[in-house]
Design a protein around this ligand. Structure first.
Ligand SMILES: Cc1cc2nc3c(=O)[nH]c(=O)nc-3n(C[C@H](O)[C@H](O)[C@H](O)COP(=O)(O)OP(=O)(O)OC[C@H]3O[C@@H](n4cnc5c(N)ncnc54)[C@H](O)[C@@H]3O)c2cc1C
Ligand code: SF4
Length: 483
């Protein structure tokens, strides 16, 4: 044992030479919806993979919601075996190329990388490498087909074709089950398609990963709103199990005076219109969104959605202001993205709270009345609270306002299920640890359970629920133990 230890190669910690991901220059990228993060090329990907010391007990893997086994697939990149790396990625996640782009890795896997433990070290660029592997397979033209087990004869319905529903269908189909997805909108992908702008997620990547799920035999029926075009009961009687993955994606406004003026949008209405050309009333009350172009736009909020509205508004040629009541450091968006939009010319107003939308005699927006805020300690010990500063009222002149202040419940699919336990937000956080609802054979996951989180968290729910659903389908055992 002792001699074995002595003969081990000395580990070299390359803490400070992370390869940056090249970006399109701000002046070019703000005029195009083309993806602006260009990704690693072969040389930089190999060099970045070489920074990983392939930990024997890697902290990065358990800090990824889908346990992506970094130490194994990064090891395969080091051996220049991208095919094997992709195989490992796909056994945990059917959307690794999407996650390589949109996951907040700096808060998940990368935040625990051992290279960060000393001397302000920089983590391995796990997200960039994940993207590199998926892109290499896609662009090689290789016909990728996932393996699956023989048919079980069991039928499953999934409601909602966002990341949670699609991931659930993928894992169940690989187990040999016959899966049909019911999707309300005329397209597949949920927020990945109608919310996240193409500038951050090239649709060819999304289409490639969705096509691989279809190749497994998963049927996707679009344009069917469960609870409106077909009842939940009708579905339940034709399938052995059901997974509800309808998200929690209804656009919301703030409840301040003036928000019904012409030119005030919900983030979902605005993004859906730009990304897909249509706005669905199920998710966005603003059915007729006329897009602001060449105007002054104020986006309110501090999360992923607000950043996406800013990115989109800039590309429509608008002077774009971001208004957030807290600080940049306490916002929930990715830090680097604030740098990116600032480079593109966004005007960022931190510690600023809108209190009224101001209109003219024609009912059109002409400004946003705001107050300045300061952060004060929370008496309950929580994160500091924003408090208005007296006499700080001011007006930000603008022609349109986009409210990116969170999304609301969308219970259309499940509101008529007799006896189903629903929480006070109309969501299904009432599921137990196996994502079972209190109705036998009915499972739920994704944003409809947690009220809104990340793509990778939704995928992890779909994956874990698929394991529990497989067990139920094969044994018939059912023991709901939620609250
Ligand atoms: C604008 C925006 C940007 C975001 N950016 C990021 C990001 O960069 N990174 C990140 O990790 N996360 C991001 N998020 C969060 C992430 O997108 C969500 O957490 C994730 O999409 C949730 O997945 P889901 O499958 O639960 O729901 P959704 O993606 O909302 O999908 C639900 C699907 O169910 C369908 N549906 C709803 N009701 C019915 C019905 N009655 N019948 C049939 N189908 C129905 C919907 O049409 C939709 O397609 C963002 C969210 C938004 C809104
Ligand atoms: S913690 Fe960092 S160095 Fe260790 S396996 Fe994960 S990525 Fe590699």
């Amino acid at each position: 044992m002792g001699s074995e230890k002595k003969s081990r190669k000395k580990v070299v910690y390359r803490r400070h030479d992370r390869n940056p991901i090249p970006l399109l220059e701000p002046e070019r990228r703000k005029k195009t919806f083309k993806e602006y993060a260009l990704g690693y090329g072969h040389t930089s990907a190999l060099d970045e993979a070489d920074r990983c010391i392939l930990c024997r007990k890697p902290p990065c893997t358990p800090s990824c919601p889908v346990n992506s086994e970094m130490e194994k697939w990064i090891g395969e990149i080091q051996k220049q075996n991208v095919w094997e790396a992709y195989k490992i990625l796909r056994r945990n996640n059917p959307f690794s190329s999407v996650c390589g782009r949109v996951c907040p890795q700096e808060r998940l896997c990368e935040s625990t990388c051992v290279l960060t433990f000393k001397d302000n070290g920089q983590s391995v660029g796990i997200g960039g490498l994940e993207r590199f592997v998926g892109d290499s397979i896609r662009m090689s033209g290789i016909e990728w087909v996932d393996e699956k087990e023989p048919p079980t004869g069991k039928k499953v319905a999934v409601i909602g074709a966002g990341p949670a529903g699609l991931a659930n269908a993928y894992f169940l189909a690989r187990k040999g089950h016959d899966v049909t997805i019911y999707e309300a909108l005329p397209f597949v992908g949920g927020v990945m398609r109608y919310g996240i702008p193409e500038a951050r997620l090239d649709r060819r990547v999304l289409d490639f990963e969705i096509d691989l799920i279809k190749k497994l035999g998963v049927k996707i029926l679009t344009g069917i709103k469960v609870g409106q075009d077909i009842s939940f009961e009708e579905i339940r009687k034709n399938y052995d199990a059901v997974f509800i993955a309808v998200g929690s994606g209804r656009g919301k406004k703030m409840g301040i005076p003036g928000e019904d003026l012409k030119g005030v949008y919900t983030a979902i209405g605005f993004l859906m219109k730009v990304n897909t050309g249509l706005v669905d009333p199920m998710l966005a009350p603003d059915e007729k969104v006329e897009l602001p172009t060449g105007k002054r736009v104020a986006v309110i909020g501090g999360g992923f959605t607000a950043v996406d509205c800013v990115i989109t508004s800039i590309r429509l040629g608008n002077e774009t202001h971001l208004i957030y009541r807290r600080t940049r450091e306490t916002s929930s968006a990715r830090d680097e993205e604030w740098d990116h939009v600032a480079e593109e010319g966004a005007i960022l107003h931190w510690l600023t709270q809108p209190i009224e939308v101001i209109g003219n005699e024609n009912g059109e927006v002409i400004g946003l009345k705001c107050v300045k805020m300061e952060l004060v300690p929370d008496p309950k010990g929580g994160r500091p609270r924003p408090k208005p500063i007296e006499g700080s009222e001011h007006i930000i002149e603008c022609d349109a306002v986009i409210m990116a202040v969170g999304q609301g419940d969308n219970p259309l699919a499940y509101k008529d299920i007799k006896g189903l336990k629903i929480d006070k937000w109309n969501n299904l956080s009432t599921v137990d640890e196996k994502f079972r609802t209190n109705i036998e054979g009915v499972f739920a996951g994704g944003d409809v359970v947690n009220g809104g989180d990340t793509v990778v968290r939704a995928i992890s729910h779909g994956k874990k629920a698929a394991e529990a659903m497989h067990e139920y389908l094969m044994t018939g055992k059912w023991e709901y133990n939620g609250e």
